[in-house]
Write a protein that binds this ligand. Sequence first.
Ligand SMILES: [Zn+2]
Length: 303
Amino acid sequence: MWPPRAAILPALLFSCLALGHAQESMMLPENSVTRVSEHVYAIVGFPNIGIVVGNRATLVIDTGLGARNGAIVVKQAEKLAKAPNLYLTTTHFHPEHAMGEQAFPPRTLIIRPAVQQDEMNQHATELMDLFRGFSAQSKELLADVKLRPPDIIFDKEIKLDLGGVTARLFWLGPAHTRGDELIFVVEDSVLIPGDIVQDKIVPNIPSDDASVKGWLAILDQLEPLKPRFVVPDHGALGDGSLIAKERAFLLDLETRSLELKRQGKSADEASVIVAAEFKTKYAGWQTMGPVSNVVKRVYAENP
Ligand SMILES: [Zn+2]
């Protein structure tokens, strides 16, 4: 059994909104694409969007926030595409990753893990309401969201032969959400890990559905892939070394929280201590705000 579902905590504000403000706008850039490898491109923005182009089909990873952003993604994907077949998948159900799908043409095949779809069915409305409260822009972008059922649902893994390039879409358990999906583009050795691997961004635990233990277990399984390139959901693009950096940070955070727990500190006390220590120890990382929810989750996972 998963822990009882809690309301999504304001922690989400730190990753999604802080990053949104850092971008100054929740609009993706138009006509702006970074070539990552032979078949993989990224639109760098809020969030980063992956586009994998094969001879037979194109795979888009994430939609942007609302239909206007979705349309920017579609336009870019169609410019790059070599064939009309189009797949769309989403790294998790949060609005800037999944709530622009209505802009995709009807021929698009939407694919996601069963767990992610289940989570979306339960929490999409709640998350959209939360995001609408962030700013006038996010309210407008999410004004008229229409979601449709996916065409393909998978349990743990599906392989897409896009023609000359293969994408593995897989689910390894809960981390940032219950339904985090990761994508590995085999021939190009590119990992698109959602929020699971990022560059100097504190892991975000937005609700009781998220899992620190699960997150660490996933990082252990990603390490042997040794990807040449990593395209995180948020922040700078990087290489395979980001996996070890993410793991070291999260493990350090878990270990220090457990130490303080053994010393009898409450989760709130430990949050303040760890945030202050890590601000110095990990200078250059984005805001330490999300640390407190990680600490609280570690306490809950280790009663
Ligand atoms: Zn998210």
